[in-house]
Design a protein around this ligand. Structure first.
Ligand code: PEP
Ligand code: MN
Length: 339
């Protein structure tokens, strides 16, 4: 349920209303927009008398929210959420580009790639230390040692870092990580999501291989219900009958998610297509359709990459993508509240 307040509500009446709602076991999320303040009520609101609330002096209107996701809902929070990540932000006017290798392989590799993507204009560095691989015999990542190398590259370049957590037991290693990634395969690992909701860290939440947008938003809700509102949604392609590409990039997810939710949305054209030459056109399409940013895999030697070489860009190709994306950004559609 949302309660839309009249402009400049009388403070004492507002205090009384909030205290009464809290006494009914309702959690209140206050969102101060340009025109109105909205109280988002989370909890069992079925027993609240909507007409009684509507009749209050300070209340403009009351609406029931049908969608099962509340905190992530645009109705609860009219304006786009802007998340601060170290020296940058995501979800605001800056188009965020998160770039780096699929896996951290060595100090030389991660530091070289980090410097190159920074020089090309990336705003954050990615690199996997814990790798969710389809085969148990494939390279599983350098794990704790990989995280140390990623932090070295962070120190060298000043870029904030994004890396994937696969299990709760790894959380104590993530203190200096700026954004924790939840991979597609873990999107519905609800225990993990709940625990991440108790951290204050921004979470990059990838859409599951066969998950609907509502399921993605419900997973975001798990994190937000724990008190962590810093969730970045990532569309990375979904499973369809098509085999020409690794996945099918659902670009329509961008305007739809941005209509349904206030959270930032980024596109990962690398995992979506699985093919390096397709990254540029899809990155351009993502920018055009109003995404808040991109996540792109870049490797200094893609042919010899230990993971996802076929979809990885060389630093030169990445710089070219950055140039092209920057050229179209001023003309890109600004996805927002929709009509
Ligand atoms: C990744 O970003 O390296 C990754 C494993 O992505 P996804 O979870 O989207 O497959
Ligand atoms: Mn990868």
């Amino acid at each position: 349920m949302i309660v839309i307040l009249k402009q400049n509500p009388e403070e004492k009446q507002l205090g009384n209303l909030m205290a009464w709602l809290e006494s009914q076991n309702i959690t209140i999320h206050t969102s101060t927009g340009e025109m109105h303040t909205i109280l988002g009520l989370v909890g069992d609101t079925s027993h609240l008398d909507i007409d009684l609330l509507r009749a209050l002096d300070i209340v403009e209107d009351v609406k029931r929210v049908q969608e099962p996701y509340k905190n992530a809902n645009r109705k609860f929070h009219e304006d786009d959420t802007v998340i601060s990540v170290s020296n940058t932000t995501i979800g605001g006017d800056i188009f965020s580009v998160i770039a780096g290798p699929c896996s951290i392989e060595s100090e030389e590799q991660i530091c070289q790639v980090a410097q190159a993507v920074k020089d090309a204009g990336a705003t954050m560095l990615r690199g996997g230390a814990f790798k969710p691989r389809t085969s148990p015999y494939a390279f599983q990542g350098l794990r704790g040692e990989g995280l140390n190398l990623l932090l070295k590259a962070k120190k060298l370049t000043g870029l904030p870092v994004v890396t994937e957590i696969m299990d709760l037991s790894q959380l104590n290693l993530f203190d200096e990580v700026d954004v924790i990634q939840v991979g597609a395969r873990n999107m519905q690992n609800f225990e993990l999501l709940k625990e991440l909701g108790r951290t204050g860290k921004p979470i990059l939440l990838k859409r599951g291989l066969a998950s609907t947008l509502q399921e993605l938003l419900m997973s975001a809700e798990y994190i937000m219900a724990g008190g962590n509102e810093k969730v970045i949604l990532c569309e990375r392609g979904i499973r369809t009958f098509e085999t020409a590409t690794r996945n099918t990039l659902d670009l329509s997810a961008v305007p739809m998610l941005k209509k349904l939710s206030h959270l930032p949305v980024v596109i990962d054209p690398s995992h979506a297509t699985g093919i390096s030459w397709m990254v540029k056109p899809m990155a351009l399409a993502a920018a055009a359709v109003g995404a808040d940013g991109l996540m792109i895999e870049v490797h200094n030697d893609p042919k010899h990459a230990l993971c996802d070489g076929a979809q990885s860009l060389t630093p030169e190709a990445f710089a070219d993508v950055m140039q092209s994306v920057n050229a179209i950004l001023p003309h890109a559609y600004k996805a927002g509240k929709g009509v």
